[in-house]
Design a protein around this ligand. Structure first.
Ligand code: 5GP
Length: 194
């Protein structure tokens, strides 16, 4: 997605430890038109797959996920990182280690909202080591549902996530692929090649 790639190059701020800050359009302030295009691109990829649900994790996955869900005309379900007192029913749960926060969260979704008839697209803002996406896939498997694909806004291709998802048999659609974040500079996959 060219517009997204341009925005990542222009607005992305490289932080120590190979982390990219994109809080002007995705992680703090959100650009709705750009997110709509993100949702539309993921929809176009999986529109013939009989998708019944879009699954993400709070908080930054919600913006792209809800735009995709709007296009699919299906609910957007987000895994919660803590169990609220209002969630009294049975849940599927797993642990997800956050690469950026260096913290493990116990995440849950209600069994009411995911079942064996669901065909799920998983969406997240970033793909690094694949912990979040694989954790969400684990919830899909617990429900006996089918994952038709994983949509990622920004993939850091120099980390292991993409390969881990492919090894798990998942179809992965990344809209912006970053080859390197060296010396404060964002280099996209394919950039500079003839
Ligand atoms: P993974 O679970 O694939 O290791 O990491 C993806 C998760 O960590 C995403 O949900 C995202 O919130 C966060 N993350 C990983 N790398 C980055 C990054 O470079 N920038 C931002 N903003 N978030 C990241």
């Amino acid at each position: 997605m060219e517009k997204l790639q341009q925005r990542v190059k222009e607005d992305g701020v490289v932080i120590d430890g190979g982390i990219l800050k994109v809080d002007s359009f995705l992680n703090h302030q959100i650009d709705p038109e750009l997110m709509y295009e993100v949702g539309e691109t993921i929809y176009n990829k999986y529109k013939d797959e009989g998708v019944t649900k879009v699954l993400t994790i709070e908080a930054s996955g919600i913006a792209p996920a809800i735009m995709a869900a709007l296009k699919f005309k299906v609910p957007c379900l987000f895994a919660k990182k803590s169990v609220p007192s209002t969630l009294t029913e049975e849940v599927y749960h797993t642990d997800i280690h956050s690469y950026t926060k260096n913290k493990t969260s116990h995440v849950v979704v209600s069994k009411r909202f995911l079942n064996e008839n669901d065909r799920v697209v998983i969406i997240d803002d970033f793909l690094a080591n694949g912990e979040a996406a694989l954790g969400l896939y684990n919830l899909v498997q617990q429900a006996g549902a089918t994952c038709v694909g994983v949509g990622i806004v920004v993939e850091k291709s120099f980390q292991s996530g993409k390969q881990r998802l492919l090894d798990a048999g998942l179809d992965v659609t990344s809209l912006c692929e970053i080859a390197a974040l060296d010396n404060g500079k964002v280099t996209l996959v394919g950039e500079g090649e003839l």
